[in-house]
Design a binder for this molecule. Sequence first.
Ligand code: SDX
Length: 422
Amino acid sequence: MSTAKLILDGKEYELPVIEGTEGEKAIDIRQLRSTTGAITLDSGFANTGACTSAITYIDGERGILRYRGYPIEQLAEQATFPEVAYLLIHGELPTMEQLAQFRRELTYHSMLHEDLKKFFEGYHPTAHPMAILSAMVAAMSTYYPDEADDMVNMVRLLAKVKTIAAYAYKKSIGQPFMYPRNDLSYCANFLYMMFAVPAEDYEPDPLMVSTLNTLLILHADHEQNCSTSTVRIVGSSMADLYQSVSAGICALSGPLHGGANQRVLEMLQQIHDDGGNLQKYIDLAKDKNSGFRLMGFGHRVYKNYDPRALILRKKADELLGKLGINDPLLELAKKLEERALSDEYFVERNLYPNVDFYSGILYRAMGIPVNMFTVMFAIGRLPGWLAHWKELREDPGFRIYRPRQVYTGPAERQFVPIERRG
Ligand code: SDX
């Protein structure tokens, strides 16, 4: 066991160093306070490992992303989303029979309880679908309070999240909800519930189905990101699965995290409507006082290309080419990327396009509205949240997440009654 030496107040301490599968090193400070009386400080946890995990590996310097050891490029190209969901949750790729059974369960549980459907009558037509999604998932905990089998609840959530998302969209456009069909695959069923109407026959386009499969696979997990850490934190208090995931949905909605994909499209549209003046927005992004950031750019971990962005840029070219769509925002995005990556501000800070930079172009080409983009991210990320919640809860040594702090408020002082305070 290698160690790290710490000298504090003239005293020397040896701290164990643990090593991950890929040789990454961590100084184990689990006994730091009890042995030294000191804690560490790491705002934003950029240097802090919250746990050990066997689910996803990211190498930010080399732009590597693997789910349970499988490179994202191979999964995106060859797997289906249910297969990847199974892999993340169970740790191994399913056999033919395991996948068939998993698909049957995902199909069987796709319907929402008829009373849950009534919740949609109360939402305002302009309600953001992410707020609806988090509320509906939390409400699901009231429908299955006695379900002791976490796996059943995980399948229920995976199956119903796409139904809730489609219903939120139908609600926003005043169209009738379409019940899920048992003859359609996971992605085809979602597209059916989103775009079918009672008066017409609708069969999902296979190209859209395969594009959606890729999009959901690319979003399926990303180790200890903000929303996954939130699911772990809430789950560590022994809150139920639905409540934990609902909290993750709330965290994902933020524009610095999953909400970025909606902001990217809005930003590209703003630049386009403003005459396509790229340099103006590059300069704004570099100006700390502007409050403007290049959305879809930069990443806490990737200091090289986000491998997902590379795949999505290629997919966008393919899909729009096959559909004969000439989306000016795609060309604008590529020019913006090129301009930014030749600007020293971005180069010095290793700011590359992340997963959110091109995903919106694809969603838009599929007819999905901008305010549904982050909901699409949530549908994709759900298997990752479930896998991490399960990993946390199955860890015999897991403890409730409760970080410490460095207090910088007033020292002790005596209460002064109101009469004497003037
Ligand atoms: C996701 O964590 C995950 O894995 C997330 C995710 C996942 O799959 O779960 O990958 C999904 O959330 C992707 C990120 C989506 N968010 C955005 O695209 C929003 C724009 N990006 C930034 O806000 C930022 O890059 C973050 C939030 C992604 C990362 O923030 P950090 O790690 O806290 O980095 P930082 O804000 O400290 O930035 C470092 C420097 C700063 O400049 P200096 O103070 O050093 O001079 O880079 C600058 C920042 O000002 N910077 C940017 C920028 N991102 C960082 N400047 C302009 N435009 C940007 N987009």
